[in-house]
Design a protein around this ligand. Structure first.
Ligand code: 5GP
Ligand code: ZN
Length: 118
């Protein structure tokens, strides 16, 4: 089965790259929720956090570097990071990825705390 994020990692598919190192890649989400919405992925294919086999730890430097550069370049007031594992959690692309969402005071986006069921 072809994986679009593997294709981005190898350069076969186009993406707006924000950051890369030997273990990980960060690129703009094609359908952004906020300006600068970025996905951070391991270069090696794993499906999700439940299949990560060490990949999560190897994402660390890329997550920290990408978060810092997004906030600095976009003059963001804050940032959300989230990850969905498996369809029950809303995952739609089955190559591990972390969403980084730059946030601004009064940007109108809901707080993650509103995910709590009523
Ligand atoms: P998920 O729903 O699995 O947590 O997130 C998948 C994300 O990947 C979505 O936000 C979606 O917009 C993004 N996405 C899906 N296909 C592509 C693509 O081909 N290129 C890029 N840059 N983002 C993609
Ligand atoms: Zn993949």
């Amino acid at each position: 089965m072809t994986c679009i994020f593997c294709a981005i990692a190898t350069g076969e598919a186009a993406a707006r790259i924000v950051y890369e190192d030997d273990q990980a890649l960060a690129f703009l989400d094609v359908n952004p929720l906020t300006t600068g919405h970025t996905l951070v992925i391991p270069r090696r294919h794993v499906t999700d956090l439940l299949d990560a086999d060490g990949a999560w730890a190897r994402l660390g430097p890329a997550l920290e570097a990408t978060a810092a550069l997004l906030v600095e370049r976009l003059a963001a007031d804050g940032l959300n990071a989230f990850q969905a594992s498996r369809p029950a959690a809303g995952q739609t692309v089955f190559h591990l990825h972390v969403h980084l969402l730059p946030r601004w005071d009064d940007d109108g986006l809901i707080s993650v705390h509103s995910l709590r069921a009523a």
